[in-house]
Design a protein around this ligand. Structure first.
Ligand SMILES: Cc1ncc(C[n+]2csc(CCOP(=O)(O)OP(=O)(O)O)c2C)c(N)n1
Length: 319
């Protein structure tokens, strides 16, 4: 899916921002294996795989990237703004770090309702340096909020390596009064165990930090070739030694749980599925102009249109 999105962007069919997460697949996969859709997730802009994990479809993602009405946010949000409210996925946020306090707030809602569920707030190691992250830590610890602060440490914030931006790069230790665990974020099973442990801890004792050690293969966004601040050898080396999908493939084969031809079949099915869903997404239409108003202002807030827009018929008011 990510590779197809890259191609569509290069063909200028996708405009605006596009941040791909290939290399980081073990994280949403492992977390989802440990929690349920009654638990909540909130994340930054690198959100495609998480959306799939929360029950979203490739078609909803592709349509959103193409700015079509069948997209996850009705074609109004783009890559950074995928949501799945019915399965407690609260986005998809573009401003670095801002969603971390929101994650603590969602955790507080779980506690307030006594529903026995937790919130996972996923953010990068770059975002981990933000002041508001530490404000969220403070209140979460003070109020024993069931929130799992989950750092996706993919080693770079745009083109800056973690060690050039952070005095302490052991991010799991940076919660002071909040305990933290370092996790191999390239190993879906390690992510699953750590997430199950963190959920239990959060419910019984309040917040916890998980630092997921991972790597992104693509550049920061599609406009970054991703090779000026690291070497191609480094990327190739990580792929060879730690690729999260190859790791699962090796485990399945080693333990006799699947045959090579079965895995090949799955791979072919996935490629076919992505191609079909992408074609469906392309057939979807752009959102109507009236959506500019319908999904921007809450009903009854009295948004006013200038008479010229109404008289020229540019915009129809929603019913
Ligand atoms: C408040 C704010 N500052 C700067 C930016 C520009 N910006 C977008 S992504 C990014 C890097 C964030 O890195 P990290 O948190 O490690 O996440 P990653 O991209 O590695 O997943 C920056 C500085 C922004 N979107 N918001």
């Amino acid at each position: 899916m990510e590779i197809t999105a890259d191609l569509l962007y290069k063909q200028k069919l996708i405009r605006g921002f596009l941040h791909l997460a290939d290399g980081q697949e073990a994280i949403p996969t492992g977390i989802e294996a440990a929690i349920t859709f009654q638990d909540s997730i909130i994340q930054s802009y690198r959100d495609h795989s998480t959306f799939i994990g929360r029950g979203g479809t490739v078609r909803e993602i592709m349509a959103e990237l193409l700015g079509r009405v069948d997209g996850a946010a009705k074609g109004l949000g783009g890559s950074m703004h995928l949501y799945k409210k019915e399965n407690n996925f609260y986005g998809g946020h573009g401003i670095v770090g801002t969603h971390v306090p929101l994650g603590a707030g969602i955790g507080l809602a779980h506690k307030y309702r006594k529903d026995g569920h937790v919130a996972f707030a996923l953010y990068g190691e770059g975002a981990a340096n933000q002041g508001q992250v530490h404000e969220a830590y403070n209140l979460a610890a003070l109020w024993d909020i069931p929130v799992v602060f989950t750092i996706e440490n993919n080693q770079f914030g745009m083109g800056t390596s973690a060690r050039r931006a952070s005095k302490n790069t052991e991010f799991y230790t940076r919660g002071d009064y909040i305990p933290g665990v370092w996790v191999d974020g390239m190993d879906a099973l390690a992510v699953k165990s750590a997430s199950a442990f963190a959920k239990q801890h959060a419910l019984e004792r309040g917040p916890i930090i998980l630092e997921m050690d991972t790597y992104r293969y693509h550049g920061h966004s599609i406009s970054d070739p991703g090779s000026t601040y690291r070497t191609r050898d480094e990327i190739r080396g990580i792929r060879r030694a730690r690729d999260p999908i190859e790791h699962v493939r090796a485990l399945l084969l080693e333990h006799g749980l699947a045959k090579p031809e079965e895995l090949k079949q799955i791979e072919n099915d996935v490629k076919k599925h992505v191609a079909e869903e992408t074609e469906e997404a392309k057939r979807s239409s752009p959102p109507p102009l009236c959506y500019l108003w319908k999904y921007v202002y809450k009903k009854g807030w009295g948004a006013k249109l200038r008479p010229v827009e109404l008289s020229r018929g540019y915009i129809q008011l929603p019913p």
